[in-house]
Design a protein around this ligand. Structure first.
Ligand code: AMP
Ligand code: GLY
Length: 431
């Protein structure tokens, strides 16, 4: 089977690795990604939303199945472009991906279909509406409605320190987008649940915990995600009922979308928080998480190409994972997230990575004349698995020392002190 993967980054590098095991991989990307290119039969470098170029190349190559990965390209309707040329896809249409690119749509859909787990929210169009919401809720979170690469959310008490700060940020967003989303601030522990869906059925992957804050101990601005870990079926701070609650919210969402004539086919990602009042939904993504994709794909036992084929056919097959623990850490350029230093040379000592017992995935880097350079975004992910979380973390940390360049990472991700902090936080909340 010939599968085309659209998009490039560490998440797509992990997807490409899996697809290349069981199908002939073709890929479309904007700039040459060294990792994906080396796994592909052929690569098309172009603007992936350029309909004519993409369609004629896919037809010429005889592509059987497509997977469009990144949020930006799903919003641009690249799945629809391929579908219009008769190429089956295992990723959502532009309309289905709206669950991610329009936070207002996601919340209204769940509200209308009485899906539980939504925090109190209001889409505001002026400062008075924002003040009224602030009067009802002591602490709030402010979000842009559209895609921001994970960087637009500001939380009271962390990034916003007064009502004035909130109103200033709301007014900044109103100037740009005319609308902003205000949400009650929740307290709890977060986890990501990714699931394959054929539009009707849902098959969940192991839950993962990402680390969105830039710096050690969860300080600093939100990022695309600095690293993540998973521990098989449940995370250390999680109970079975939390997982079941999240699964049920996602299943009901799939049902609501189907009922509205907007079926979701692809990977649905729920960002959840376990609070003292149960599981709450913070966001939906219409794709694999990045870095979370690497955690789950490392332990995937079913062939990914078979799963994607079954999604495209509307008859999802059973999916299995090994119960190992996984740790992923991102090495990011100096100045990330505000001002990541571009065009700096990066190199990887592959032998040292192998000796550490882990692996690396290239993120937002590009290759020129055989050398690898940074962009302003997350550069290289290191990943490892083991039966013990401590050992998986040790392997991943070892791999960070095999990646050379002006990069930094969060050494605390997946370590016992940070895990204890999380379980203790949960215990305190549930008391
Ligand atoms: P998002 O991009 O919506 O996932 O938000 C980024 C981060 O902001 C989340 O991972 C949370 O840490 C935080 N956040 C978002 N919404 C809320 C909320 N309602 N209450 C508390 N924290 C939140
Ligand atoms: N890791 C969060 C995301 O992929 O949006």
């Amino acid at each position: 089977m010939k599968v085309v993967l659209v998009g490039s980054g560490a998440r797509e590098h992990a997807i490409a690795e899996q697809l290349s095991k069981s199908s002939s991989l073709y890929s479309i990307m904007e700039k040459k990604h060294p990792g994906i290119a080396s796994l592909s039969q052929e690569v098309l470098i172009c603007n992936p939303a350029d309909k004519e170029t993409v369609v004629s190349w896919c037809k010429e190559k005889g592509i059987d199945l497509a997977f469009v990965s990144p949020d930006g390209l799903l919003e641009k309707g690249v799945t629809d472009i391929l579908a219009s040329a008769g190429i089956k896809a295992a990723s959502p249409s532009r309309q289905a991906a709206r669950i991610e690119w329009d936070k207002g749509y996601a919340r209204t859909l769940l509200h209308n279909h009485k899906v539980p787990g939504l925090p109190a929210f209001k889409v505001v169009g002026n400062a008075d509406e924002a003040s009224a919401f602030l009067a009802q809720h002591k602490e709030v979170v402010v979000k842009p409605l559209g895609l921001t690469g994970g960087k637009g959310v500001r939380v009271m008490g962390e990034h916003l320190h007064s009502e004035e700060d909130v109103l200033n940020y709301v007014s900044e967003l109103l100037k740009k987008d005319k609308q902003a989303l205000l949400e009650e601030k929740l307290d709890g522990e977060e986890f990501s649940l990714q699931a394959f869906s054929d539009g009707e059925r849902l098959s969940v992957m192991p839950p993962v915990q990402d680390h969105k804050r830039a710096f050690v101990n969860d300080a600093g601005p939100n990022t695309g995600g600095m690293g993540s870990y998973s521990t098989g079926r449940l995370l250390p701070f999680m109970e079975l009922k939390d997982l079941e609650g999240a699964k049920s919210i996602m299943q009901q969402t799939i049902g609501a979308m189907r009922a509205e004539g907007n079926p979701f086919r692809g990977v649905l990602y729920g960002g959840f928080m376990i609070t003292k009042d149960g599981v709450k939904l913070i966001e939906y993504n219409a794709r694999f998480g990045d870095p979370e994709a690497m955690n789950v794909l490392m332990v995937l036992r079913t062939q990914l190409s078979g799963i994607l084929q079954s999604i495209a056919d509307g008859s999802l097959i059973p999916v299995a994972f090994s119960p190992n623990c996984t740790v992923v850490k991102y090495l990011v350029p100096e100045g990330y997230p505000e001002n990541g230093k571009k065009d700096c040379k990066v190199s990887i000592d592959s032998k040292a990575v192998w000796e550490c017992g882990g692996k690396t995935f290239f993120g937002s880097v590009y290759e020129e004349a055989g050398e690898i350079y940074t962009t302003s975004s997350r550069a290289v992910a290191v990943a490892a698995q083991d039966a013990s979380l401590e050992r998986a973390e040790g392997k991943a940390e070892c791999c960070t020392r095999a990646v050379h360049g002006p990069l930094w990472h969060r050494p605390d991700i997946g370590t016992p002190p940070l895990i204890s902090k999380r379980t203790e936080h949960m215990r305190r909340l549930k008391r």
